[in-house]
Design a protein around this ligand. Structure first.
Ligand SMILES: [Zn+2]
Ligand SMILES: [Zn+2]
Ligand SMILES: [Zn+2]
Length: 166
């Protein structure tokens, strides 16, 4: 599997894709990597992109079965998710042990995930200045962190409001 290296992380305002535009960006990216956008891969991507929280290979397999009216083994889904991560179409959310579709498949960032402990909803933000600072702090400690992992656990706005109203 090809893994992208991140020597330099882009600093720009980029587009965050949704729906059809996300599917097209994902397909373009994967085919540029020399991989085929098969019907199976497209359906797995659709299933993954339908979640607003990190999804496991099992969650994606279930969503796939519901959409496609046929079953797929979680193992096959897992292999495809692995390919997606390598091609920047998906990101692993380590603290949730699960995956999210990457809404900017054409550019590389140290994606930051804000994960709600109460409902699981996960927000994806990019702040290259922040991740650069982390890389610099690591370097000052004699540590090389080419890809810092930044995941923040807390409470989303909706859950926060619900809690304060109750
Ligand atoms: Zn970008
Ligand atoms: Zn990102
Ligand atoms: Zn929440």
């Amino acid at each position: 599997m090809k893994i992208i290296s991140f020597p330099q992380v882009a600093q720009h305002d980029h587009q965050l894709h949704e729906g059809e535009s996300l599917k097209k960006a994902a397909r373009d990216r994967l085919t540029r990597q020399g991989e085929q956008w098969t019907g199976m891969r497209a359906a797995v991507f659709d299933a993954l992109a339908s979640f607003d929280k990190p999804a496991s290979a099992y969650d994606v397999a279930e969503a796939f079965s519901r959409n496609q009216d046929r079953r797929v083994a979680a193992n096959s889904v897992y292999r495809i998710l692995d390919l997606f991560v390598g091609a920047n179409l998906a990101r692993r959310v380590e603290s949730a042990n699960a995956y999210m579709a990457n809404r900017h498949p054409e550019c590389l960032h140290d994606c930051i995930f804000l994960i709600c402990d109460s409902c699981g909803q996960t927000v994806h933000i990019d702040d290259d200045a922040l991740s650069k600072d982390i890389r610099k702090a690591a370097a000052n400690a004699g540590f090389s962190a080419p890809r810092p992992l930044i995941e923040v656990r807390g409470t989303c706005g909706e859950c926060d409001r619900a809690l304060s109203e109750s």
